[in-house]
Design a binder for this molecule. Sequence first.
Ligand SMILES: [Zn+2]
Length: 308
Amino acid sequence: MTGPVRSRSFAPVGSKVMIPPLMPCGHCYYCIHYPESANKCLTPVYYGRYLGFDKAPHLWGGWAEYVYVDLEMLPGTKIYRLPDDMSLRLGALSEPLTSCIRAFNRATRSGGFKWGDTVVIQGSGPIGILAVAAAQEMGAGRVICVGAPEAPRLALARKFGAEATVNIEEVTTPKARIKAVRDIVGGFGADLVMDCSGHPSAGPEGIEMLRDGGTYVEMGQFTDAGSIETSWHRICTKDLNVLGSWGFTGNDLPLGVDMLYRTRDKYPWLEMQTIYPFTEEGIGRAVADAMAMKTVKSTIVPWPELAG
Ligand SMILES: [Zn+2]
């Protein structure tokens, strides 16, 4: 959620701000002992999810012209001020981008991602495209993206710096996709594969794209898309790191804002977004087009005059 401040605050009225949707409480066991895992806070605040519309004054979520932030009721709320010359439209990408940065940091902390590594991103939706950019900014040497459709998604992945893409609509079997990726990567396979697809078949396929001793990061199964038959023998025999990364903590969000601002002219960020008006019809189209994969990132804009 991004927007201008319209009430009393730490920042002048009209400042551009970003609110991480999930905010840890700051005083539970996870928050105190494992701040890097504060996304698993035991009593989190989640604007638009754990704070329902039925609670007065009701304006607790996104897809809205206003969001109500009560710092006395919810002292764990973190509000980050965007640079004055950063567009709200660009700032809106900081939430999904931070998920990608956090997933790579998760791999780095585990010794599974280092400068120059060859990275394969599974998925070419908004998270996949943002992960292509994050991988490069965080030191990847080569980035390959597996996904579909060619337009608009894989074409955009290449514009964002993916050296090659594999189209799953053309290369239709896991075996053929594994071979296609391994042919591109060369050697013994990729150093790191990250699932940004959300499809349950990504995992068993993705680990076969790795070199032995490589790292698989699962950050795309954010919702439960079901299970699939697999053999954990492959994880053992390939000597793999397998990591899960779930969203991010409130403290991670400035990493996304900073990267977007620093690289605002380096990547075609705004080409990711298809803009829709804040009307019932506009929101319906935004969702339908995203589900049909006609867009990369459907973006609903309540205040067009403030978005640019
Ligand atoms: Zn907590």
